[in-house]
Design a protein around this ligand. Structure first.
Ligand code: C2G
Length: 137
């Protein structure tokens, strides 16, 4: 069984995320999504990218992801440094991320295949939030 893993926040889940998950699953038989916890987003990711604080809690984001046909398992992402352990623990064959991360995880090539997929360009959570703001009366 070929096992795939990907990581993310997946907040305000949209079709760009779904496109990524669909293509990732097409590469194997079993897809694990490692989902950023609320604490990880607040403490670490928020520093990297402003307003990375989630709209939906981890539990809700997990429920949403578990309802997607391409997703087989959702586990927590607590920090930036757990990927190698995750790959070993779950016997991962392929690590997949959108190409906004291109090159950032090449160090994982010692442990599994690393693939960066083209992002779905026209959609992002930031864009959704901005568009909603613009239309606000
Ligand atoms: N994505 C995409 N197209 C979009 C938006 C996102 O393909 N229009 C992809 C991203 O490239 C990523 C995944 O969907 O592979 C999840 O996106 P985010 O939730 O924004 O992930 P991020 O917050 O960047 O977290 O340790 C890695 C981090 O957890 C990645």
């Amino acid at each position: 069984m070929k096992k795939i893993i990907t990581y993310g926040t997946f907040d305000l889940l949209h079709y760009g995320h779904i496109n990524l998950l669909k293509r990732a699953k097409q590469m194997g038989d079993y897809l694990i999504v490692c989902l950023s916890t609320d604490e990880f987003n607040k403490n670490s990711k928020n520093r990297l990218e402003k307003n990375k604080e989630c709209y939906f809690s981890y539990e809700i984001r997990k429920q949403l992801l578990e309802s997607i046909r391409y997703v087989d398992l959702v586990i927590p992402e607590n920090n930036w440094n757990q990927k190698i352990d995750d790959i070993k623990e779950f016997g991962i064959d392929t690590f997949v991320m959108g190409d906004d991360w291109k090159g950032k995880f090449d160090f994982l090539k010692d442990y599994c295949e690393v693939i960066y997929l083209p992002r779905t360009k026209e959609i992002s959570t930031t864009k959704i939030k901005k568009d909603l703001e613009k239309n606000r009366v």
